[in-house]
Ligand binder design. Structure first.
Ligand SMILES: Nc1ncnc2c1ncn2[C@@H]1O[C@H](COP(=O)(O)OP(=O)(O)O)[C@@H](O)[C@H]1O
Ligand SMILES: Cc1ncsc1CCOP(=O)(O)O
Ligand SMILES: [Mg+2]
Length: 246
């Protein structure tokens, strides 16, 4: 039965709205605004500084960390390394999005090294996911037309969403950041990932009812995240056990 998972997601959305968790994002430079707006619209509080000399203080103030590799340079790598270390010391959950690790062997290797430091969740698209060996104890989220979430033998497939989501740059990054927002509630990582994919998928369906293309879909998606209710998740969730494996 998957109905309990949808119910858990609906309750996590209620809790997120009550608590307004802080999420520190080491986000690529392309999509910061969309990701910050999406987190705020849902009810979380984003911060995005990645300067190595400041990042530990920001992680210390946050309830969870989202590490996205979409744009990297030496300073950003130094910031990521310090942020992940601080999250480990402070026992704050963190999520890894190995964005574009399929474009460069150096980035693939860096992503594998970060995965060995055990984020609670890895969120990747299919091409990125195919290059990484998943540790058994890390929740795997592979997005696409169907979002698949797995932890060891436990796996579900979520078929909410709308194809326009894939035509707006940054929605994958946003899906990871939303999962970090649910992780920030101290939710079990599998439940946090399910809640995030349902929230974004159901919001995308609503946004698509008024959008005329990707340009108007983007603000409609932010509005839909703001207006999303726990009841919307209970009613719309399309979630199945996944036998196919990731
Ligand atoms: N064909 C599709 N139909 C519906 N939703 C999709 C489709 N492709 C991707 N998505 C959604 O778009 C978002 C980004 O996913 P994806 O394209 O896999 O990541 P990325 O942007 O990192 O490449 C996710 O929320 C995913 O569910
Ligand atoms: C286009 C681009 N280039 C480097 S990071 C980035 C954004 C990727 O965002 P997403 O994978 O969420 O579409
Ligand atoms: Mg991506």
């Amino acid at each position: 039965m998957t109905a309990p998972l949808a119910e858990e997601a609906a309750r996590l959305l209620e809790r997120l709205r009550e608590r307004g968790p802080r999420v520190h994002c080491l986000m690529n430079t392309v999509v910061r605004k969309l990701v910050a707006d999406g987190l705020s619209a849902l009810g979380a509080v984003p911060s995005m500084t990645d300067a190595p000399e400041e990042v530990e203080a920001f992680v210390g103030k946050a309830d969870a960390l989202c590490v996205n590799l979409g744009t990297l340079d030496a300073a950003r790598r130094a910031g990521i390394d310090r942020a992940v270390a601080r999250a480990g010391e402070a026992r704050k959950p963190w999520l890894l999005d190995p964005a574009h690790c399929d474009y460069s062997p150096a980035r693939t290797a860096y992503a594998a090294g970060l995965l060995a430091r055990r984020p609670a969740v890895l969120r990747a698209n299919a091409a990125e996911f195919a290059l990484l060996a998943m540790p058994e104890d890390v929740v795997a989220v592979r997005t696409g037309e169907t979002d698949r979430i797995a932890l060891g033998a436990k796996a579900v497939a979520i078929s909410n969403g709308h194809p326009l989501t894939a035509r707006v740059t940054g929605t994958g990054c946003l899906s990871g950041a939303l999962a970090a927002a649910f992780l920030a509630l101290d939710a079990p990582p599998f439940a946090a990932a399910v809640a995030a994919m349902l929230a974004l998928g159901v919001a995308a369906q609503e946004a698509a009812t008024t959008a005329r293309g990707p340009g108007s879909f983007e603000p409609a998606l932010i509005d839909a995240l703001f207006n999303l209710s726990p009841e919307d998740i209970r009613r719309e969730a399309r979630i199945d056990h996944d036998q196919s494996g990731l």
